[in-house]
Design a protein around this ligand. Structure first.
Ligand SMILES: NC(=O)c1ccc[n+]([C@@H]2O[C@H](COP(=O)([O-])OP(=O)(O)OC[C@H]3O[C@@H](n4cnc5c(N)ncnc54)[C@H](OP(=O)(O)O)[C@@H]3O)[C@@H](O)[C@H]2O)c1
Length: 257
């Protein structure tokens, strides 16, 4: 079968902007890409953590920003474009707090939307025109299997990830004919600061380095969706097609919620 995207097998010299790279999956991916020879620019809010990355990864750059600040995202994109060009943009910024409807919190609902979804729109607004003009490049959005279907504790987080998956699908249909690749990354449970707050057992938990490895493998294959670990995500994909009556019963039984 033909790959859906131009496969990225050689990272040597490629300019990669990783947004949400101060910790967890983004940081591990930045490390892996740097090792593979990419010219990596890392962004997030925590300047010290980004500087640590730059100090230990020769040639890497840091651009501190908050993804909710559209002007800052635009400025960063322009800076990178001018300095070293832009080949690949990976949107990994994410916010997660468990929220249930019985403890509804509008601020949390909107914060999830701002970081997980609207930030990605700011990024697209800044990078789509130059990428379309140059006629090559790759956009990767890190969503989540929590975006497949509704889950308990996921009232704020889940819908933003569903939106990202949908956004990536529509984006693919629009830009692949213009030479651009688009991928969506749907991780299961990965051990990071984001999941450290979870008190429940996380099935098939993997480390961030393994997550990064899976992502590089997916980009090398030219995959549209990169999901991992398969021993967990395959079940969730199966649950995606169940009728609601069965799906709700199964989720209740599996989570006890
Ligand atoms: N861990 C999992 O099991 C899992 C599963 C599925 C999907 N994901 C997704 O994977 C991505 C990475 O998460 P992670 O698990 O690696 O957690 P993490 O270590 O907490 O990473 C989140 C990243 O997002 C950045 N970020 C948060 N708010 C930001 C803002 N307003 N502006 C700019 N950057 C911001 C954080 O940096 P600063 O705090 O420095 O800004 C950090 O670099 C997220 O999109 C998450 O939803 C994770």
């Amino acid at each position: 079968m033909n790959p859906l995207n131009p496969p990225i097998t050689d990272w040597q010299g490629r300019s990669v902007w990783l947004i949400g790279a101060s910790s967890g999956i983004g940081l591990a991916t930045a490390q892996a890409l740097h090792t593979a020879g990419a010219r990596v620019v890392v962004s997030a809010r925590k300047a010290e953590l980004l500087q640590q990355f730059v100090n230990t990864h020769p040639g890497a750059q840091a651009v501190v920003l908050d993804v909710s600040d559209s002007a800052a995202v635009h400025q960063a994109a322009q800076h990178i474009q001018t300095e070293q060009g832009l080949d690949v943009v990976i949107y990994c910024a994410g916010h997660y707090k468990p929220v249930r409807a019985t403890d509804y919190n509008l601020d949390e609902m909107l914060r999830h939307q701002s970081v997980n979804y609207v930030g990605a729109l700011h990024m697209l607004d800044a990078v789509l025109p130059p990428l379309l003009a140059q006629g090559f490049g790759h956009l990767s959005l890190v969503a989540s299997v929590a975006g497949y279907r509704g889950l308990p504790q996921s009232l704020a987080y889940g819908p933003t990830k569903a939106a990202l998956i949908h956004l990536a699908e529509a984006l693919y249909l629009d830009v692949s004919a213009h030479g651009l690749g688009v991928s969506v990354v749907n991780p299961g449970f990965v051990e990071t600061p984001l999941t450290a707050q979870n008190t429940f057992h996380m099935p098939a938990l993997i480390g961030p380095e393994q997550a990064a490895h899976e992502m590089l493998r997916g980009w090398a294959k030219g995959a549209f969706e990169i999901h991992y670990p398969k021993r967990f995500t395959r079940w969730l994909k199966l649950m995606r097609v169940l009728p609601y009556r069965w799906y709700f019963a199964l989720v209740r039984r599996a989570t006890g919620l």
